[in-house]
Design a protein around this ligand. Sequence first.
Ligand code: GLN
Length: 273
Amino acid sequence: MKTIQNYLNSGAVDIAPLLCLVLNKSSGELITQNDYLLTPNEKLNLDSFIKQRASGMPFSYISGKKGFYHLDFKVSPDTLIPRPETELLIDIALDLFEKNYACKMLDLGTGSGIIAITLADKKPNWQVLAIDESSAALTIAKSNDITHTVDFLQGNWFEPVANQPFDLIISNPPYIEEDDSHLDDLNFEPIRALVSGKDGLDDIKIIINQAPNQLSQKGFLLLEHGHNQQDRIVKLLTKNFTNIQTFKDYNSKNRAVLAQLKNPTTNNLNENR
Ligand code: GLN
């Protein structure tokens, strides 16, 4: 028989949150009820979670959820675990339009749906579509959309919405280089959501090339990217985009770009000069 205190003394990775999860207690209750004896069933569950966590499985895959912005999201190994730096995209998007503008927005590679669902919740008058190529990820995303405000579609990048215009396209695409050593720490997460070719830019290039056909006049493209990719992405954007703005995340790393579609008439005029 073991008490909460016995487990707290064990030094196992994330033991306090694992105890909270299995016993459905707050961290305060772990302290005030530290002589509580775990039932055989609770002990069985906890011991198995401790093993999984010690083997490197992220806590969020054990608990099955992760907080993002103002909401809680279900996650599974079919989806990336939401990162705090992705909240930057939400802050940028929320500032883009006048209060009552009914923005038509597309979230590409939605995963567990965090970007689409957070914005649809914050902006009830926006029309929000989200695409992912993984049907397993879309099942999770749909279960996270408890108010059914987002339209989820399956396909490769823009394929399911070909030639439909959007006011705002947002994506946190895969952007890690295929031989990045950082990947060793991420081997529980879906590789397709993380890695994008040799320089990590394969998918970002597809999005930047196709976005002009999918944006309304002066529409915005907002992308998350790797900390060392910003200059290359700005260069890729200059052909068809203007008002390019770059952003750092809350760790002061270059993390996002926002760009506005060039007006085609001005563009032609400039080219004819
Ligand atoms: N920011 C994540 C990481 O480096 C990667 C997310 C992504 O590729 N979109 O762990």
